[in-house]
Design a binder for this molecule. Structure first.
Ligand code: G3P
Ligand code: CA
Length: 301
């Protein structure tokens, strides 16, 4: 979804005003298993800027992270994959065609898979022009570059290991990069980082390697299957169309891998009516491309 410049400018102005008033790190975002209120203690689910503030800036770029910060958002979500020469990069699709100019730069390399390009080749790509000329020159960040920026912005990270079946060992490698970038210290592990995946095996692997880390499984398991997930994860993060208040309550009744009530962060909710609907179902967090819209709808400020 794109919101074109006028709407983006209005949103940025509103967010900047809020940011100046409140500051992105001026409230304690809900932690794992906590019933802590959202921004300014006014209640409401936590709001996660999906792929950054991706309704207003090109997804998974540093520009999208910075815009989320200017809008006043603490939590950003991203997607991690691996290049041909073993660098972790932040990009959603397993090909580079939709979000970069790879077809122009490397016309003979269809289908332009992330795993078939080196980090140096990917660093040459323009990951902003497809979204809008004002973002020409934005890059596909390495995970390290991304972590450094999110940390500098005093933001928190919902990190998704994307398509782990394509990248054997990506869990261990991701943890290594997180560690080197200072993201596995007590402060980060206790409330600034969540690792999620659509692959239960991947989440289980992360939990096995770093049992102190908060993790989430992306999907909507049947209620009868939830206890098996509670063995290795803390959160179940479903697509919003697949849930009900009863299902959310069933998740909440379980204790997760860290002995606290399991939580639910749902995606992708970009409109006010749906945000209020899932809030009323009792979700703990909303993952959204348009975080300002959700915040306004669910009383997050
Ligand atoms: O964080 C939830 C969401 O990112 C899952 O879907 O395809 O956008 O990675 P996708
Ligand atoms: Ca994602």
């Amino acid at each position: 979804m794109h919101v074109r410049p006028a709407a983006a400018a209005a949103a940025a102005f509103l967010g900047l005003t809020l940011s100046l008033l409140c500051g992105p790190a001026s409230y304690a975002a809900p932690g794992p298993g906590s019933a802590a209120p959202g921004p300014l203690g006014l209640g409401g689910p936590a709001v996660y800027a999906h792929r950054g503030a991706s309704a207003y800036a090109p997804e998974n770029t540093l520009e999208a992270v910075d815009l989320a910060r200017r809008l006043g958002f603490d939590w950003v979500e991203n997607d991690v994959q691996r290049t041909k020469d073993g660098e972790l990069v932040v990009v959603h699709d397993d090909t580079l065609a939709r979000t970069t100019d790879v077809e122009q730069l490397f016309p003979g390399r269809a289908p332009w898979r992330v795993k078939d390009f080196t980090a140096a080749e990917i660093a040459r790509l323009d990951a902003g022009s497809w979204f809008g000329e004002e973002y020409a020159g934005a890059r596909v960040p390495t995970l390290r570059q991304y972590l450094d920026r999110v940390r500098r912005n005093q933001q928190r990270l919902l990190l998704e290991i994307k398509k782990p079946e394509l990248y054997p060992g990506i869990e261990e490698q991701t943890l290594r990069v997180l560690d080197r970038a200072g993201w596995l210290d007590r402060r980060h592990v206790s409330g600034r980082l969540v690792v999620q995946s659509f692959s239960a095996d991947s989440v289980r692997t992360v939990h096995g390697l770093r049992p102190d880390l908060v993790t989430a499984f992306l999907g909507t398991p049947k209620v009868a299957d939830l206890p098996a997930y509670a063995e290795f994860t803390d959160r179940i993060n479903p697509w919003h169309t697949t849930i009900s208040a009863d299902w959310v309550a069933a998740v909440h009744r379980l204790s997760g891998a860290h002995g606290r009530a399991m939580e639910v962060d749902t995606w992708i909710v970009d409109d006010a009516a749906t945000a209020r609907k899932v809030r009323d179902m009792g979700v703990d967090g909303i993952i959204t491309n348009a975080p300002d819209v959700v915040r306004e709808a669910v009383g997050g400020f």
